[in-house]
Design a protein around this ligand. Structure first.
Ligand code: SF4
Length: 257
């Protein structure tokens, strides 16, 4: 049995909320996903290009939009290397269009920090007890007035109500200033950037504490359902074996323990 990570994170809470067993595969056993997520690679490449832009400005240089597009393309193609079925033509065009649009509208934002780390002490709002693992994360952009910008890429527009978004709730809990969400929507014919304000209402601390307690108690129950068909750990899950003592001989061999 492996250890859980010493710090929590928004991604850990989101994964655990989806499926405890998936959490176990990723964060305890350290298994690699069985297939690459094109959407994740795409989002990471867009983040990289926009981060490059603002880091260049912070360094006193004058970045050019084509250079940011090149950063996107390089990251996309590196991330999708070996994914034979990936049709990168559409992704390349959609990503470049998003980078161009975002920089045209928001390229002059007064960004003072990119990927700024934060550490948030977690507590149970009902008992006041401080939980043993702090939550560690990164704000995408911090503006001169303290506002936080969180970037998201999506293939469709978000609904109007994001008040129960577990990841955004973590950023809001860690920030003393409002969190603004910039949703970069990639579409076949055009690109859109939606701006939404995230308004925390206190629910997050209750949800995060309940999830964190489940992780600390090592309750890694599966969540069988429709999303299993697209799960990145479906084979590992099918191989799940026990000998009555929570041992996983098939998975132990896979992770070399
Ligand atoms: S296949 Fe289903 S139950 Fe198994 S880890 Fe994935 S989501 Fe969880």
């Amino acid at each position: 049995m492996g250890d859980i990570p010493p710090t929590s994170s928004a991604s850990q809470l989101v994964t655990y909320a989806m499926c405890g067993r998936k959490y176990y595969f990723i964060y305890v056993l350290g298994l690699e996903p069985e297939k690459k997520s094109t959407a994740l690679v795409f989002g990471s490449a867009v983040h990289g290009a926009l981060g490059f832009w603002f880091n260049e400005k912070l360094a006193g240089r004058v970045p050019l939009v084509p250079a940011a597009e090149q950063v996107f393309l390089a990251d996309l193609n590196a991330g999708l290397a070996g994914v034979s079925e990936a049709d990168t033509t559409d992704l390349e065009e959609q990503g470049r269009a998003l980078v161009r649009l975002y920089l045209k509208k928001y390229g002059e934002l007064p960004v003072v920090a990119v990927e700024q780390e934060f550490v948030l002490s977690m507590h149970d709002p009902e008992t006041g007890e401080v939980l043993p693992r702090p939550l560690r994360g990164y704000f995408d952009f911090v503006l001169g007035d303290g506002r936080v910008i969180e970037l998201k890429t999506s293939s469709r527009k978000w609904g109007a109500d994001v008040s129960k978004h577990l990841q955004l709730g973590a950023y809001a809990a860690a920030s003393t200033r409002p969190v603004e969400v910039h949703v970069l929507v990639r579409r076949r014919r055009d690109a859109v950037v939606d701006v939404m304000n995230y308004n925390p209402d206190g629910w997050w601390h209750h949800a995060a504490a309940a999830l964190e307690r489940g992780i600390l108690a090592r309750h890694f129950a599966p969540s069988p359902g429709p999303m299993c068909s697209t799960c990145d750990f479906a084979s590992a899950c099918s191989d799940w074996k026990t000998d009555g003592h929570h041992r996983l001989p098939v998975l132990d061999a896979r992770v070399g323990t």
